[in-house]
Design a binder for this molecule. Structure first.
Ligand code: ADP
Ligand code: MG
Length: 638
């Protein structure tokens, strides 16, 4: 049998280095992590054994055993779960970057953690936390459900490399053996282990057992006392979600959350209830405090774990909640479903639908309460998950208004620092105002200063500011309390009847100049028309009512979609002195080259205003500079 030596992945090396040299507090969490891994391994074996008898190998007495050896100085966490093949061990324990590793390294670099090392205790640092207390770690594992005793031995001293070799192992599952540092031998003490298990792992569903020595009266000679070893279960194993709310301290709720969510921060909110009636189930749901880095990615696994009468069926059941609530974590335990439910059954199941409706309402109600009663907390939540919640406006038509009531926006009334609800917006609408106006873009500051706002400010109509990539997609066409939402960047705007009438009168005067502009820019724009939204500025570009706004176009492009660039409409403000002047020049000599040059500059300025770049920035700046020089010379000679 050969021993192979391998290098850890770079990130893992960094992580190990930190574990060994920088973490001094709450080292006891290593045990929580090992027990959690053992429990996950048993969950998997137990679940797979429902459909494949071989997995259980006639040993369905699932348990996690802690074994201490004072003489050798070792602490072993042993499970009879799914186990690992050699390849799996190499990957899982050495070469695959764990999802949390990057975040953990980043968090460690933050000053807050450096100054308060006790915060480390909150982190889920996984298998590698063993190296906080051990100078060597040996893992012996054998995959469940295979023929023979062929297993793998993995070993490392945490110095950048590890070894693997083939070994025999009788039972399925995994033994993690920690060779404890001299200074950490306290973790061999019975009371220390019991204390840690009770604190961090009491809710683990499988028995965590340990042989403990007891002094007893001898059976043979009743006058003598003898020491005997007995196996004792250290955890209460109570499914926390089936217990009464009043009996569960916050700490315990939080520990359970960290265990199932693989998160190291506390949740923002706990939702715990039992439903009775047409559908019987218990739900323990959590709203996380921080968004996981992959919440917007395809590979994000959504949905609470599904249990049927305390047996875990799957760890993420996406049929239980709509995607716009995918940040919710937790457990749902149903009394009505059969144990052998499959994915296919779940997709069209009345019970599941009932649960989903119930959970969705509960989560939305909880968020509404949070918004009303704990506004600061809600703002934190909204920063993390507002973007996800919004998707519901589009995908959950029936609950559109309830979801809309959870949303917050900066607006022309609140400025940048405060946020507005749609309800507040509607209450503050002017008597003659018909629609809810919004403007999309990338920067709140920029949008608030945008000339597109001019006519709206003049009328004192509030405009909501939207900076999420999906906003226009979500809100175009949405109606809140009977009021249509309308982007001020798109379509024709008519706010003022009198201004419209005035424009009508001057139309004839500018007819031929407008034709020239249209002709000169025909490759770039759809149309030229008088603007109902500008009062001070000369011109701007707008998308046609049903075209995409520039934000949306950019979003689709970054998603790799081939979007045909929709031509925009150039709106001009006939009240701006520039057009009167241009018109005079035009009347005198319609071929004056300055006209074409200025039309180009106008168009480039309009591009800048919508957040795009002039087609030829060089030419644009050249013309502007020339104009500056001419103006300065005029100033000097005057
Ligand atoms: P996580 O538990 O978040 O995946 P860990 O660092 O705790 O990260 O564990 C890394 C991986 O090692 C696990 O995902 C699993 O694949 C494997 N592993 C660890 N312990 C065990 C075990 N007792 N049985 C089977 N696989 C294990
Ligand atoms: Mg783990």
């Amino acid at each position: 049998m050969t021993v192979e030596k391998m290098e850890f992945k770079t990130e893992v090396k960094q992580l190990l280095d930190l574990m060994i040299h920088s973490l001094y507090s709450h080292k006891e969490v290593f045990l929580r992590e090992l027990v959690s891994n053992a429990s996950d391994a048993i969950d998997r074996a137990k679940y797979e054994s429902l459909t494949n008898q071989d997995i259980a190998e006639n040993d369905g007495a699932w348990r996690i055993k802690i074994i201490t050896d004072e003489a050798a100085g070792t602490l072993t966490v042993s499970d009879n779960g799914i186990g690992m093949t050699k390849d799996e061990a190499i990957q899982a324990l050495g070469t695959i970057a764990r999802s949390g590793t990057k975040e953990f390294l980043q968090a460690l670099q933050q000053k807050e953690i450096k100054d308060n090392p006790e915060l480390i205790g909150q982190f889920g640092v996984g298998f590698y936390s063993s190296f906080m207390v051990a100078d060597k770690v040996t893992v012996i594992s054998r995959k469940a459900g295979q023929n023979g005793n062929g297993g793998v031995k993995w070993e490392s001293t945490g110095d950048g490399s590890f070894t693997v070799e083939d070994v025999d192992k009788a039972g399925k599952g995994t033994d993690v053996i920690l060779h404890l540092n001299r200074d950490e031998r306290k973790y061999l003490k019975e009371w220390e282990i019991k204390d840690i298990i009770r604190r961090y792992s009491d809710f683990i569903e499988h028995p965590i057992v340990m042989d403990v020595e007891r002094e007893k009266r001898s059976e043979i000679d009743k006058t003598q006392r003898v020491r005997i070893k007995e196996e004792e279960t250290l955890n209460s194993m109570k499914a926390i979600w089936l217990r009464d709310k009043g009996d569960i301290p916050e700490e315990e709720y939080n520990e359970f959350y960290k265990h199932i969510a693989h998160d190291f921060t506390n949740p923002a909110k706990v939702i715990h209830y039992k439903a009775e009636g047409t559908s019987e189930f218990a739900a323990l749901l959590y709203i996380p405090g921080k968004a996981p880095f992959n919440i917007l990615y395809k590979d994000y696994k959504m949905g609470p774990a599904l249990y049927v009468r305390r047996v875990q069926i799957m760890d993420h059941c996406e049929e239980l909640l709509p995607p716009y609530l995918r940040f919710v974590k937790g457990v749902v335990d149903s009394s009505d479903l059969p144990l052998n439910v499959s994915r296919e059954i779940l997709q069209n199941n009345r019970q599941i639908d009932l649960i989903k409706t119930n959970l969705t309402k509960k989560v939305l109600d909880t968020l509404a309460d949070m918004k009303r009663d704990e506004n600061d907390k809600y703002l934190e939540f909204y920063k993390e998950f507002g973007r996800v919640i919004k998707e519901g406006i589009h995908y959950d038509f029936a609950r559109g208004e309830a979801i809309a009531d959870l949303l917050l926006f900066p607006s022309t009334r609140t400025g940048e620092s405060k946020l507005r609800t749609l309800q507040e917006y509607v209450e503050g609408m002017k008597d003659d105002q018909q629609e809810i106006y919004y403007a999309g873009g990338t920067s709140v500051t920029e949008i608030l200063k945008s000339p597109y706002m001019e006519a709206f400010s003049e009328k004192d109509y509030e405009v909501l500011v939207m900076v999420d990539d999906i906003d226009d997609f979500i809100f175009s066409g949405f109606e809140y309390k009977g009021k249509k939402m309308k982007s001020i960047l798109k379509g024709d705007i008519h706010l003022d009847k009198k201004a419209d009438a005035d424009q009508e009168k001057v139309k004839k005067e500018f007819d031929r100049l407008i034709e020239l502009i249209k002709d000169h820019l025909k490759d770039h724009i759809k149309d030229v028309r008088f603007s109902g939204r500008l009062t001070g500025s000369a011109c701007c570009l707008v998308a046609d009512e049903h075209d995409m706004d520039p934000q949306m176009e950019k979003l689709l492009k970054t998603m790799g979609q081939d979007v045909p660039a929709a031509k925009r409409i150039l709106e001009i403000n006939p009240n701006h002195p520039l057009f009167a002047a241009m018109n005079t020049v035009f009347e005198k000599d319609k071929n004056n080259p300055i006209l074409k040059e200025f039309i180009q500059v106008l168009y480039d300025q309009a591009l800048l205003l919508e957040g795009s770049k002039p087609k030829d920035p060089g030419a644009f700046t050249r013309i502007v500079t020339t104009l500056m020089v001419e103006n300065l010379e005029k100033n000097l000679s005057a």
